[in-house]
Structures are given as structure tokens and as C-alpha cells.
Design a protein around this ligand. Structure first.
Ligand code: ATP
Ligand code: MG
Length: 392
């Protein structure tokens, strides 16, 4: 006999969401949940009054749905709710059904009764249901520190039962905070920077600069793979691939050696800004962390940024390398990032790069270059690829 049907109730955490904002936010979250559940046999994602509900079928793989929901940006927590007949035998059987795939030694049942005409009081329901599950599973009651809590709601129409809430990843639904262009290098840091921005609800578009034929094409493959991993939460992801060799060659022949990396960076920033305008992105994102390498001293960050016309966001600026590595492992990008590749910025780089180049020093070093012509001709070689995530 089937006593109940079940569905997930999704909760989000951001406070201060009102009126139109809330509708926009919930629509995005519901849409993203549907995208994340693609390929599973869930029944429906629905926005109800003040919550989002994921309906499942009788034989839906519940664990798979749980695993996917855990990774959807914007979910604070969620629970699997069993709806059942408003009848104590059905409620007891449903509680037992719910207990079956859980490991616990002690439990507590808490009951809320909206329907005051129900023949049992709330404490009576708790005691009946708890007693039954304890007897069938050989567990014990613990009123203070139970391994597992059961929540029973007796409403006017039905009864509802669920156990402890499952933790979501937090953050905001992707797409509610606008769009950013992430400078993705193939290294460890930039994919983590991208992830942090995606978690705050920014849709990420990616840009990568490569120096083929001076380097091989390994960085391209890595970046595509990294973008694919990130698209688990970013969904459909655009990657702009920029051939940078010719421009670098010009910098190498025309400008003073110690400033090379910084001048590469300035040119990358200029090109990225143009791409950001095309892609409708409002800011650039890098994986820079303060003083991690010579090009990331405060003075050098400032000298690069001096030519920027849109904000450059650096979500990892205050992270230690070990913290970034731990995050990269957690989000699944570390393994790809640590495969060998040659970054375009390590090409033709002097042994002793400038660690404190001023804005005016870089301006002067660049004065010999026809910057807009260089940017224009590089823009012509850009290719765009679109990647998406698949669980298969
Ligand atoms: P990462 O681990 O992300 O490569 P890093 O510690 O190697 O960073 P840098 O090489 O100084 O640091 O690069 C700093 C940032 O500049 C990178 O995090 C990335 O955002 C951007 N960047 C560097 N190289 C490229 C590239 N080839 N294409 C796009 N962005 C790049
Ligand atoms: Mg790098």
C-alpha cells in the first residue's frame, strides 16, 4: 500500500527580498533547479506561494535529486516532505518509511497541529509516531540531542512529515546579479574566482588568451574543460578564445623587458573590456590574490587597473594559496588546473620582472605602441565556443 507522496521543499536564505525582486529571484531559482535536474526523472519544479517545490515520481532516484539540489546556487536548505492521509496509522507508517534509509540510534518527533479538530493532541501524535518507529527500528527516544528529528504537521487537508533539513550550498541563483567576464587562464586560481562570483548570482562568461604557435594548445583544452566543470552551476557558458601571440611579439620587440608581463596584462584588460561590451558583461574578474606573484603587488595591480574602464573584481584577493587549493579541490577544478600547460604570460618573461611599476612608467613604455590598432587586429582573431555540463 502506498501511504504517501513526497516532494522536496526548497528554502533560500537571502533576507530583504521584496515584491518584484522576490518573484524575479524565485523564477530564476526555479529555472536553475530545472536545469540542474535535467536527465533525472523528477516530475515538476513549481513555485508555490512562498516556496519552491520539486515533485518527484514514485520511483524517482531520490538520492540523485538530493545530490543535484545540494549544488544549486541559491538554495540555503531543503527537505523531503512526505504527504500522507490525515489518519494516525498512515502517519505512523509514513514515518517508518522515512526512517528506513536513515542511520540513527535516537530520535525525537515534534508535531504541529493547524487542524485543532484532529482527535489526538500534538504531544499524543508525537508519542504515538515516535513509539511506533522506535518499536520497529529498535532505536530510542532522546528529547534533548536526538540523531534524527521527525517533524509532523497536521494541516486542514493532509498530514506532512519530514526529517532534518539538508544543507544547500547557499549563495544566490545564477543570473540574478548580472553578468561578468572571467579571465580564465588554465591555472588554479581563476576557476575558483569564477566559482565565487557564480555563487553570488553572477552569470559568468569566460575569456582566455593563448600564445599558439609559441605554446601548444594545451591551455585551450584545459580552459574548455574548466568552463565545462563550472557550467554545472553556471549552465550554458560562453568561452572567448583570443590569439595573443602576435600582440605579445610586438610588446617583446618594442618595449622594455622588465615591464612585459604588466604590459601583457594591460592589453589583456583592454581586449577583455571590448569583449565584455559585446557579451553584455559589467565587470572583469581575475584570480589575482594580493602579493602572490610579482604582477600582483598592490602597485602593479594599480598600474594595470589604471587603463581599465569597467570594474576589475578579484574575489580571491584576500585568500591564501592553500585556501584557494582547498576550494579548487572542493569544486572539482584542481585536477584539470594542475595538468601542465604554458601560460601566455610566462612567455618571454624576464628573470626579474618589475615588482613596483608605476602608472606613468607603464604609460611611457606603451607610448611606442599603436594600442587601438593592436586591439582591433587581435579582436578579429577571436573565436567563441559554447559549453555545457552533463552528468553522464
Ligand atoms: P591562475 O592560477 O588563475 O592562472 P596565477 O596565480 O597563475 O593565476 P597570474 O598568472 O599572475 O596568476 O594571473 C593572474 C590572473 O590573470 C589569472 O588569475 C587570470 O584571471 C588572469 N590570466 C592570466 N593568464 C591568463 C590567460 N592566459 N587568459 C586569461 N586570463 C589570464
Ligand atoms: Mg596562471
Amino acid at each position: 500500500m502506498n501511504f504517501s507522496d513526497k516532494y522536496f521543499v526548497i528554502h533560500y536564505a537571502e533576507v530583504g527580498l521584496k515584491g518584484k525582486n522576490r518573484v524575479f529571484f524565485e523564477k530564476k531559482l526555479a529555472r536553475n533547479i530545472s536545469l540542474s535536474l535535467q536527465g533525472t526523472d523528477y516530475a515538476e519544479v513549481k513555485r508555490l506561494h512562498d516556496r519552491i517545490v520539486v515533485y518527484v515520481k514514485d520511483n524517482t532516484d531520490i538520492k540523485e535529486i538530493e545530490n543535484r539540489l545540494r549544488r544549486v546556487m541559491g538554495i540555503a536548505h531543503f527537505e523531503l516532505v512526505y504527504r500522507t492521509e490525515k489518519e494516525i496509522t498512515a502517519i505512523k507508517e509514513t514515518a517508518l518509511q522515512l526512517a528506513e534509509d536513515k542511520a540513527f540510534e535516537t530520535l525525537k518527533v515534534e508535531t504541529k497541529r493547524t487542524d485543532k479538530t484532529f482527535p489526538l493532541t500534538s504531544p499524543e501524535v508525537s508519542s504515538e509516531v515516535g513509539g511506533y518507529v522506535i518499536q520497529k527500528t529498535g532505536t530510542q527516544a532522546d528529547m534533548y540531542n536526538p540523531d534524527l528529528r521527525f517533524w509532523v504537521n497536521i494541516s486542514h487537508k493532509d498530514a506532512y512529515i519530514y526529517t532534518d533539513k539538508l544543507r544547500g550550498i547557499g549563495g544566490l541563483p545564477v543570473g540574478v546579479s548580472g553578468k561578468v567576464l572571467v579571465m580564465l587562464s588554465g591555472g588554479i586560481d581563476s576557476p575558483v574566482a569564477a566559482w565565487q562570483m557564480i555563487k553570488r548570482g553572477a552569470k559568468a562568461v569566460f575569456i582566455h588568451f593563448y600564445s599558439y604557435p609559441y605554446t601548444d594548445k594545451a591551455s585551450l583544452e584545459k580552459v574548455i574543460e574548466l568552463a565545462r566543470i563550472l557550467s554545472e552551476s553556471n549552465y550554458r557558458s560562453e568561452v572567448y578564445l583570443v590569439p595573443f601571440a602576435e600582440l605579445q611579439q610586438t610588446i617583446v620587440t618594442e618595449t622594455p623587458t622588465p615591464f612585459r608581463v604588466l604590459l601583457y596584462r594591460r592589453m589583456m584588460t583592454r581586449i577583455a573590456q571590448r569583449v565584455a561590451a559585446l557579451a553584455d558583461a559589467e565587470a572583469l574578474v581575475t584570480g589575482e590574490s594580493l602579493a602572490q606573484v610579482a604582477s600582483q603587488t598592490l602597485t602593479n595591480l594599480r598600474s594595470i587597473e589604471a587603463i581599465a574602464e569597467i570594474p576589475i573584481l578579484r574575489p580571491l584577493i584576500g585568500f591564501d594559496k592553500v585556501e584557494i587549493i582547498a576550494k579548487a579541490e572542493e569544486i572539482g577544478t584542481f585536477e584539470i588546473s594542475t595538468q601542465p600547460h604554458q601560460d601566455c604570460c610566462s612567455l618571454f618573461v624576464p628573470k626579474h620582472p618589475a615588482t613596483h611599476a608605476s602608472v606613468s612608467e607603464l604609460d611611457k613604455a606603451e607610448a611606442v605602441l599603436d594600442i587601438s590598432a593592436l586591439v582591433d587586429s587581435t579582436m578579429k582573431g577571436i573565436e567563441k565556443q559554447v559549453v555545457s555540463f552533463s552528468y553522464e
